[in-house]
Design a protein around this ligand. Structure first.
Ligand code: GRG
Length: 316
């Protein structure tokens, strides 16, 4: 944390001449959409239904929060964000796969995602499972082949990403969400699920963004923690949206958490929101007040928080 604060003392953390945080975010978003478009399958030799299903899951209008966080972190640490574009899009591929799997009837059985019918409602469960496997494998392939990065960085990124997904990450979080969450009665038990299900991928974004910029050791750990705090807050705002938003605003099913314990059901909405706010404060606390306003990464955290909070204002 200390290093991040010190880093913000350095004027090079500010946007380049003439660039406002909004401009950075717009440019980065454009780059992400372009590269995702290139990564989406288009070859006519591929099975058509599978290609269409992968394109649908990957290119539907997501917020691209994870890819943006990755690029903004690389930029924050003064490296060229273009070097992080492949890992950032690989993370979006993994995320898209996780959403498609999460929505399946055997999991959350959702019908709406990103304002559209869920992938399995169009392509069927079987093709969606295969699409998710393809997206995850291709994500790693893109990182392995990314010649903008030294081989050592590629290996580290593959390592961070596989840890975020695997037995101690998304997969474990989802398993707990499906099968043990009903026994969770303490906030810390729920937050352990959040850490794996959502926090792990956010932490991978900020760690990978920092790794691309050449950070090592304790500074990487700080960025890992920064991302984890954001992910924990994000999941609770998402659970609040399940209760306090509508389908049009959230772009996905609401009231889908049923009897599953969440921080909202255990603590009540006001306290749950305070817990999420404290995670954001902790994340932002890693930056020195007064020195950070110009950094697009920090501005993005504020924008994200405001947007997530607006979403839950709908029914309050
Ligand atoms: C092996 C990749 C993989 C997954 C298997 C299904 C699963 C395990 C995990 C699901 C984890 C999950 C869906 C967590 C919820 C995270 C969350 C709050 C998603 C919503 O993210 P947004 O709002 O989505 O950023 P958009 O649509 O904007 O991209």
């Amino acid at each position: 944390m200390r290093q991040i604060a010190e880093r913000l003392e350095d004027s090079t953390a500010r946007p380049a001449k003439g660039g406002t945080p909004d401009e950075f975010i717009d440019v980065f978003l454009g780059r992400i959409e372009d590269r995702l478009g290139e990564f989406a399958p288009s070859e006519s030799r591929l099975p058509e239904r599978l290609s269409k299903s992968v394109r649908y899951s990957l290119l539907s209008p997501g917020k691209r929060t994870r890819a943006l966080l990755t690029l903004l972190t690389t930029h924050y640490w003064d490296a060229d964000p273009e070097h992080a574009i492949v890992p950032a899009c690989a993370i979006e591929m993994v995320h898209a796969a996780s959403l498609a799997l999460d929505d399946l009837p055997v999991m959350d059985d959702a019908s709406l995602r990103r304002g559209r019918p869920t992938s399995h409602r169009i392509f069927g469960d079987d093709t969606v499972i295969l699409s998710a496997v393809a997206l995850m494998n291709d994500a790693f392939g893109h990182v392995a082949r990314c010649d903008a990065l030294p081989e050592r960085s590629r290996l580290d990124i593959v390592d961070y990403l596989s840890c975020a997904i695997g037995l101690d990450g998304l997969v474990a979080g989802q398993e707990m969400d499906l099968h043990t969450a009903t026994q969770a009665s303490l906030p810390e038990e729920v937050e352990l699920i959040h850490a794996r299900k959502t926090g792990a991928l956010f932490a991978a974004c900020t760690k990978i963004g920092a790794r691309v910029a050449g950070l090592t050791d304790s500074r990487l750990d700080d960025m890992d923690e920064f991302g984890m705090c954001l992910g924990l807050a994000f999941q609770t705002y998402d659970d609040l949206a399940d209760v306090h938003s509508d389908e049009e605003t959230a772009g996905k099913d609401v009231n889908n958490d049923g009897n599953k314990p969440t921080l909202v059901s255990i603590l009540g909405p006001e306290e749950a929101e305070r817990v999420a706010d404290r995670h954001i404060e902790r994340a932002l606390g890693m930056f020195n007040p007064g020195h950070n306003e110009g950094a697009p990464l920090v501005a993005f955290v504020h924008y994200l928080t405001d947007a997530l909070k607006k979403r839950i204002d709908v029914k309050r």
